[in-house]
Design a protein around this ligand. Structure first.
Ligand SMILES: CC(C)(COP(=O)(O)OP(=O)(O)OC[C@H]1O[C@@H](n2cnc3c(N)ncnc32)[C@H](O)[C@@H]1OP(=O)(O)O)[C@@H](O)C(=O)NCCC(=O)NCCS
Length: 167
């Protein structure tokens, strides 16, 4: 990130109404649904906040999930125990305000989500996303996510490369 930002849990003091990423459903989610999802423990929402203006520059949501082992490519299956379901963290949404796009905030939010999943006491083997379109899919490919499963736009970042860092 080029200007000073901090990443923190969304709270009621943040100016959610000022956020606009160019995708209405993602703006509405932050404005109307994110806090409710947090209160119901369906997802945690983290925001990147401009340290000078306190504007929300971007956000992501993360929650626990599971995917069938058989959905994964054979190369990943070989690295996993043969339990039917693989525990994963789900990056439900990721968005950057149009005024802040191209300044590595998406990268910083993604990195923060990976670190958070790796640091969790609840073990997860990977970070999974459902990309909303081809452009989003291309963003995740840029960060080494792999396509998986029978549905289009499901991607996975397996944590095997990070294993030695935390065991
Ligand atoms: C996709 C999105 C999150 C990217 O955020 P951003 O802050 O603009 O991206 P960054 O500046 O962090 O880009 C980091 C890197 O990813 C690359 N990148 C950005 N968007 C990309 C795309 N669509 N495809 C491929 N690479 C992309 C950048 O070129 C940069 O590469 P570099 O580090 O090698 O120079 C943002 O454009 C956005 O919010 N779009 C609308 C909502 C959306 O599509 N969300 C996706 C989740 S469903």
């Amino acid at each position: 990130m080029t200007t000073p930002f901090r990443i923190e849990l969304l709270n009621k003091e943040h100016n959610r109404a000022g956020f606009s990423c160019g995708v209405d459903v993602l703006n509405v989610y932050l404005r109307e649904q994110a806090r409710q999802d947090m209160q119901r423990r369906a997802a945690s929402c983290y925001v990147a906040v401009d340290a000078c203006t306190s504007a929300i520059a971007g956000y992501y949501t993360i929650s626990a999930s599971g995917i069938p082992l058989t959905d994964l490519p054979e190369t990943l299956i070989k690295k996993l125990p043969r339990y039917p379901s693989v525990p994963v963290a789900l990056l439900g949404r990721l968005a950057v305000d149009v005024g802040f796009q191209g300044k590595k905030i998406g990268a910083a939010l993604l990195g923060n989500a990976v670190q958070r999943a790796l640091a969790s006491d609840i073990a997860v083997a990977a970070l999974v996303v459902n990309a909303k379109d081809e452009q989003a899919r291309s963003f995740y490919h840029h960060y080494d996510f792999l396509d998986f499963g029978s549905l289009p736009n499901q991607l996975i970042l397996h944590f095997s490369a990070y294993r030695n860092a935390y065991v």
